[in-house]
Design a protein around this ligand. Structure first.
Ligand code: HEC
Ligand code: HEC
Ligand code: HEC
Length: 432
């Protein structure tokens, strides 16, 4: 009897493993000789270049100090480090032997030319939404780049997470392939913005929270998430900025990196704007703004803008006189010489802290990072610098300034354990 059960169990296991092997198996696509660059129309290559920018391929596929697109950039996940691959057309170490069909399968299904499954650190769950025509343009761009011979370091994922076949299970649970279906109720610009945001520019890869298996939570698009020691704020109605993210503010922010009432794109958001979206034409940035203003529900909140600005400027003025409070004195000495706004308008180059998500988020990380490490001119607006205070100020000083801004500039609850938060972020360092 016992033996029969055992044999039965072994049988179920074998069938299960067999079924999984069938499910996970993908054929290799035969290697090709590297296609001649002369065979690709220049305007197709040019379109691919714009898309490569909007998809931040260079940010992830270039190691620090390495050749463009030659891979080896480390992505530290909760499970281990995954290194990006060489996507230059070197036949042995890059994608020079990949046909367009192999490249398209990688982008839209997350399967490499040899049939192995790719890890979702590569955002193919977004690139699957690209049209075949856009993937063809990307292929034309990459296959015509200079070939670089370079092999990335080996990943440090522990067994069994390093088994690529297991990714088939992840895909079964979390991956839905195929292009984005346009919403016929919405206009052409909204749909264009959705296509860019959901697909090539994968805004949700940072702004949507992930589950314990590293997949974006389907019910919480753009609800905000921690990423690379920063907080990517919610882009929904839950965004805590007192001034709603209107189409105009989103346009200014995504086009130039600076918006008058929300401040500057810093940390991981800075390369998104300055290296990524830079090549997109103005009408695409406008389309992104229209889509994201809808995600944020801002069009219905425009009447809130003026009173929010008035409240912020009033809080600013009230703070200027309070010299008896040591925290206020510290703030006025260290920050107020730059962060003041006279009259009834906000100067875009002196971000109004009462309107900034760094101060209004429920998590103080972004504020502490900016105070410790500052904002350089290339990272933020050209020609202005926000100095870092890591060398001059103790953890307690920085915690005091952060706590002061929180209590005088927002109605949110006090941040707990600020000293500890500053020490942790100081220990993480300023890596970008
Ligand atoms: C967020 C980081 C990130 C971005 C952005 C990114 N990639 Fe990748 N990509 C990776 C990682 C990591 C891998 C390796 C995955 C693995 O080893 O399973 C990869 C793998 C690939 C592969 C498979 C190559 C191979 O040798 O197996 C291709 C093709 C590719 N990326 C193309 C692109 C293109 C084109 C873009 C821009 C449109 C892009 N990637 C943007 C991280 C990224
Ligand atoms: C690599 C991760 C990453 C990607 C990709 C990304 N963001 Fe961000 N984003 C961040 C982080 C981190 C912040 C917070 C830093 C800051 O405020 O400048 C941020 C801030 C923002 C803000 C300001 C929110 C606020 O209230 O201060 C907006 C708006 C925004 N992102 C929109 C977008 C859009 C639109 C896209 C896609 C085109 C995008 N982001 C893609 C990481 C990312
Ligand atoms: C020398 C002038 C100067 C001083 C002093 C200064 N800042 Fe700034 N700060 C700036 C500028 C300029 C920016 C905008 C950065 C950019 O656009 O490049 C900025 C940006 C910021 C931001 C917004 C970042 C974002 O995501 O929008 C915060 C928060 C901030 N500063 C806080 C502070 C605090 C707190 C202090 C005092 C400890 C301080 N600053 C001192 C000039 C200054």
């Amino acid at each position: 009897m016992f033996r029969r059960i055992l044999i039965g169990l072994v049988g179920v296991l074998i069938v299960g493993v067999g079924a999984f092997a069938m499910l996970s198996w993908r054929s290799a696509i035969a290697p090709v000789a590297r296609p001649s660059p002369a065979g690709f129309a220049p305007d197709l290559v040019a379109r691919g270049e714009v898309l490569a920018g909007a998809g931040y391929c260079a940010t992830c596929h270039t190691a620090q100090g390495g050749k463009p697109y030659a891979g080896g950039y480390p992505m530290r996940t909760a499970f281990g480090t995954i290194y990006s691959t060489n996507i230059t057309p070197d036949p042995e170490t890059g994608i020079g032997s990949w046909s367009e069909a192999a490249f398209q399968r990688a982008m839209q299904q997350g399967v490499a030319r040899d049939g192995s499954h790719l890890f979702p650190a590569f955002p193919y769950d977004h690139f699957t939404k690209l049209t075949d025509a856009d993937v063809a343009a990307l292929y034309a761009y990459f296959i015509t780049r200079p070939a670089v011979r370079a092999t990335p370091p080996a990943n440090t994922l522990p067994f069994p997470l390093n088994i690529r076949a297991l990714q088939a299970g992840w895909k079964l649970l979390f991956f839905r392939d195929g292009p984005l279906t346009p919403d016929p109720i919405k206009g052409a610009e909204w749909n264009r913005g959705a296509y860019l945001a959901e697909g090539i520019s994968h805004c949700g890869a940072c702004h949507t929270p992930r589950n314990s298996l590293g997949a974006e939570e389907r019910g919480k698009p753009y609800a905000g998430a921690a990423i690379d020691n920063w907080i990517a704020p919610p882009l929904t109605k839950a965004n805590p900025s007192p001034v709603p993210w209107s189409r105009d503010e989103l346009y200014a922010y995504l086009r130039s990196g600076v918006s008058q009432h929300h401040g500057t794109a810093v940390g991981p958001m800075s390369p998104v704007v300055h290296d990524g979206l830079r090549k997109l034409p103005d009408e695409d940035i406008r389309a992104l703004a229209i889509y994201l203003a809808d995600v944020a529900g801002s069009d219905a909140r425009l009447a809130e803008i003026k009173p929010a600005i008035e409240r912020a400027l009033a809080a600013d003025r009230a703070g200027a006189g309070a010299q008896t409070d040591p925290a206020a004195r510290l703030y006025n000495a260290a920050c107020a010489s730059c962060h003041y706004n006279g009259g009834d308008a906000v100067n875009a180059l002196r971000p109004e802290l009462a309107l900034n998500s760094a101060v209004t988020l429920s998590d103080p990380t972004n504020l502490i990072r900016v105070i410790l490490y500052g904002v350089t001119a290339p990272e933020g607006a050209p020609g202005v610098v926000m100095p870092g205070f890591a060398a001059g100020f103790s953890d307690a000083d920085i915690a005091r300034i952060a706590g002061y801004l929180r209590s005088t500039r927002t109605s949110g609850p006090a941040w707990p354990d600020l000293d500890k938060a500053v020490a942790t972020i100081r220990a993480q360092g300023n890596h970008e």
